[in-house]
Unconditional design. Structure first.
Length: 348
């Protein structure tokens, strides 16, 4: 049995261990904040080429010692490296150079904004009456997920569509695609650039997101083939006009899912196809992966949406919504679920 001193010592050691773990969690957030400041100050633009600490200090009008301390943090976090043969210059690592350039719309600033939005959601965890207020970060979330329609994006979507050949062939044949929850058009615009005969209706309820989507559609050269609607998908009145549909289900609140599915089914022609995607959780069973999944689920809860739904859960949801021939298809980019509208009418 421990005496009083031993008990107190055990408590002190436990507290020190918890404090160290808390500081480790905080370190990542501090690096993210430092990256955001470096981007705003122009450092990351400069660090695309080998740059000295002195040049960085002059750019931001801080002392050389302060600039050196920042570079030490970035070296430790593998944000920058010293080019081979140089001991006085620094350059972004390959990964962060790519993230800063954002070749497919996957940008550092958008990622940092998304992290900050999630942090704000976490802060509301103990507010019992906190409303969802989905509008407050809808554009941030959409930008974080929305790839630009470039060759690499088309290659990724091609791998997905090859796993569901009937759906792919419907897209290639033309007709109309109903894209529900379009965001800034990562899936919608990429698909339109892949299939020149295709027309589409994109439905998104956030004003600012629709404005961004419209701008991106113009830039992609597909604006004449897509009708963009700023609307709640549950209020769609279209009947039997679309051959295929895609539902970005992961971003829809619980209380809107059944009525959204009913509206999508009504808009499809008899035999029309709906596809949804499982957002695959991490396959790693590590404490870090478990923490990430738990935090993501809490953020989703604060937005009023489900945490990650499995393909089997999605298949059951489509069946409950009246879709037939529901199937799950494995693809290199995650599992896809496809259902068919039957010939009969169905009362929601």
């Amino acid at each position: 049995m421990m005496n009083e001193e031993q008990v107190e010592m055990a408590h002190v050691q436990a507290a020190l261990g918890a404090r160290e773990r808390l500081r480790q969690w905080a370190d990542g957030g501090q690096v993210a904040e430092l990256l955001y400041a470096a981007s705003a100050s122009g450092w990351l633009d400069m660090l695309q080429e080998p740059t000295t600490v002195e040049a960085l200090a002059e750019n931001s009008r801080v002392s050389t010692e302060r600039a050196r301390r920042v570079i030490e943090v970035f070296l430790a976090a593998a944000v920058v490296r010293s080019p081979e043969g140089s001991s006085s210059a620094y350059v972004l690592t390959e990964e962060f150079a790519a993230l800063h350039r954002g070749p497919a719309g996957i940008r550092l600033d958008d990622t940092i904004d998304d992290i900050a939005a999630a942090r704000n959601r976490i802060r509301s965890a103990f507010s019992p009456d906190a409303p969802d207020h989905w509008e407050q970060d809808a554009l941030i979330v959409a930008r974080s997920w929305g790839m630009l329609p470039i060759a690499a994006s088309r290659a990724i979507f091609s791998m997905a569509y090859d796993a569901v050949p009937e759906y792919r062939d419907r897209l290639a044949a033309g007709g109309t695609l109903l894209d529900v929850g379009s965001g800034v058009g990562g899936a919608l615009l990429t698909t339109l650039t892949m299939f020149p005969q295709l027309r589409a209706v994109g439905v998104e309820r956030a004003d600012d997101v629709v404005k961004e989507l419209r701008r991106r559609a113009e830039a992609a050269g597909v604006a004449s083939r897509v009708e963009l609607r700023c609307a709640d998908a549950r209020e769609l009145s279209d009947e039997a006009v679309c051959e295929v549909a895609y539902w970005a289900q992961a971003f829809f609140p619980r209380d809107a899912r059944a009525s959204t599915l009913a509206a999508v089914r009504r808009a499809l022609v008899p035999g029309g196809l709906l596809m949804v995607q499982e957002l695959t959780p991490s396959a790693q069973d590590t404490p870090e992966a478990q923490l990430h999944s738990a935090l993501a689920a809490l953020v989703a809860e604060s937005r009023g949406v489900h945490p990650v739904r499995t393909a089997e859960e999605l298949a059951a949801e489509l069946q409950d919504g009246g879709f037939e021939d529901v199937q799950v298809a494995a693809s290199p980019v995650g599992r896809l679920v496809m259902g068919r509208r039957g010939n009969s009418r169905r009362t929601p």
